[in-house]
Design a protein. Structure first.
Length: 195
């Protein structure tokens, strides 16, 4: 259901753009390291029993619309959905944010940076209960044009924060407060551009 809603929003997003907009869509593999300074315990420990970090793998589906252009600088919005799993834990997130990109050199290399806010849904490895909380993501990367409508996303690195499911968020904690977890993401792949 959420994927259909996201696909509908992405289609509306692409159709509503102006003639000079630079639109791109992508579906790339992603790895995210989620870490916390405090180890959680119990059946709702997202990172695993007494663990402080976990690497999750999955895919990222998204799109951007660089609707503002001034010389070599472009700006617009980016929207993405990520679905990741590891050790029977699940992380799904949806982010919407601002994006700035450019072509500062004569080569077809296009660096970009973006800042986004959104919602994250997490499920612990040994539980069927999940929670949905807010989060943020700041990322940067570089795309390299390989064809008229295709870019190679050479890399994207992101840093963010999210509140995961835990014994504390479910109310089964021992009275201590678990801080928000940090996430460090890595991705690469292909981007398909439309004008």
């Amino acid at each position: 259901m959420k994927l259909r809603l996201f696909a509908t929003a992405l289609a509306a997003f692409a159709v509503s753009s102006t003639a000079h907009a630079q639109i791109g869509v992508y579906m790339n593999p992603v790895a995210i390291r989620v870490s916390n300074s405090v180890a959680d315990t119990g059946p709702f420990a997202f990172l695993g029993e007494n663990s402080k970090s976990q690497v999750l793998y999955g895919y990222m589906l998204g799109g951007y619309d660089d609707f503002f252009s001034s010389g070599k600088l472009r700006a617009g919005i980016d929207m993405r959905l990520e679905d990741l799993h590891a050790n029977h834990a699940m992380l799904r997130d949806f982010f919407l944010g601002v994006r700035v990109s450019g072509t500062p050199w004569s080569r077809p290399l296009k660096p970009y940076a973006q800042a986004a806010v959104g919602v994250t849904t997490t499920k612990a490895p040994s539980s069927t209960v999940h929670t949905t909380k807010g989060g943020y993501l700041i990322s940067a990367g570089a795309d390299y044009s390989v064809a008229k409508h295709v870019d190679l996303r050479m890399f994207e690195v992101g840093y963010g924060s999210l509140t995961t499911i835990s014994s504390d968020t479910i109310g089964a904690g021992n009275g201590r407060s678990l801080p928000a977890s940090k996430m460090l993401s890595f991705s690469a792949g292909l981007v398909f551009r439309f004008k």
